[in-house]
Design a protein around this ligand. Sequence first.
Ligand SMILES: Cc1cc2nc3c(=O)[nH]c(=O)nc-3n(C[C@H](O)[C@H](O)[C@H](O)COP(=O)(O)OP(=O)(O)OC[C@H]3O[C@@H](n4cnc5c(N)ncnc54)[C@H](O)[C@@H]3O)c2cc1C
Length: 376
Amino acid sequence: MANSWRRERWDSLRLLTPNWLSRLPGVRYDGPDPDGYMTVGEVTEFIERFAKVSRAPVRTGVNVTSVRRAGDGFHVTTSDGEIACRAVVIASGACNVPSVPPLRDGVPASVEQLTPFDYRDPAMLPDGGVLVVGASATGVQLAAEIRRSGRPVTLSVGEHVRLPRLYRDRDVLWWMDASGVWDQRHDEVEDLTRARRLPSPQLAGTPERATLDLNALTALGVELVGRWAAVRDGRALLSGGLRNVFSLADLKMNRLLDTFDEWALTSGRDGEFDAPERFAPTLAPQASRLQLDLGSGEIRAVVWATGFRPGYGWLDVPVVDAKGQLRHEGGVVDSPGLYALGLPVLRRRKSTFICGIEDDAREVIEHLAGYLASEP
Ligand SMILES: Cc1cc2nc3c(=O)[nH]c(=O)nc-3n(C[C@H](O)[C@H](O)[C@H](O)COP(=O)(O)OP(=O)(O)OC[C@H]3O[C@@H](n4cnc5c(N)ncnc54)[C@H](O)[C@@H]3O)c2cc1C
């Protein structure tokens, strides 16, 4: 139970969603700190509490090794026996495997390489410089923590989503929730493929409710460099044009804040909040380095914060595309009786968040119930 939270997260991680947003059917956060952010242990307890309340017949510690079509239904092989069923809901998560680009093969053996699944805390890293690759939620959090441990940190930044932690004195995710941005449905999103690939926002859940954008990292002493484009003779070749990448992220953030302000006005709630504010543009370094010599000893470890992908090695039904993504329409998989939950923008923008599962599950299960009620 809560396996991914128990085994695949680093020690200091807290949810980036505030406690009051942690809601599952019949279970809501009811502790003393609604605006705080749960630690990994607290998330595990929260999910265990949900399992008790829902009284679902959960069998833990069982690995599904194969799901294949059999007659009108499916034959499921598990580490604890076989199951025959008419329908299967794939809720195996969107983040089973860290996505690491083939660049990893060109990194000299003298440099240690870690993914967020391997990383627990800075003490496990060798002394010396660390290159963190990727500046989304995982990358900015690890870059900050490793820098605070005293190590020189270089952060390779590609496309990213910048957000302030607080906006007009409310958590930015309060705005996402209240304004309906998070409820935008998959069939209303202009470019669904792109929306599903959007990186996670630069957010961290800290007791101080501090913003963790690139300006905050620069202030901590993290060196920003461009996207890692190639590796040649042990040298990382980095893209230039950081200024453009930063302007685009700033522009998108400001557009989102405009949407919030507009919603506040049209909903008649504008007077409840502090005045609209805009944040300082992301500060680009005077001249970002375009190469890093990985063999020089300056960089002792590379942390790949380059995202995660789902793993379907056990799924023996041809519904996974060439990019490893499940073919589905709002969770109705491209094979009768097969369903999915918990994937990016499955039915709504909030689909991969804990608070997003309830609405999606209701609709997907309604479809499933109709399917089961139909003649086999
Ligand atoms: C680093 C990180 C930080 C996150 N922070 C937040 C946050 O702040 N707020 C938030 O709302 N969400 C956050 N999320 C997303 C979060 O993971 C989801 O909200 C939530 O955990 C999704 O639940 P899930 O059950 O869909 O998937 P998961 O939690 O991934 O659970 C899937 C389960 O399926 C199991 N499984 C996979 N394959 C098999 C198999 N073949 N047989 C048996 N079992 C299998 C896995 O072991 C796992 O236990 C974060 C995710 C990551 C990776």
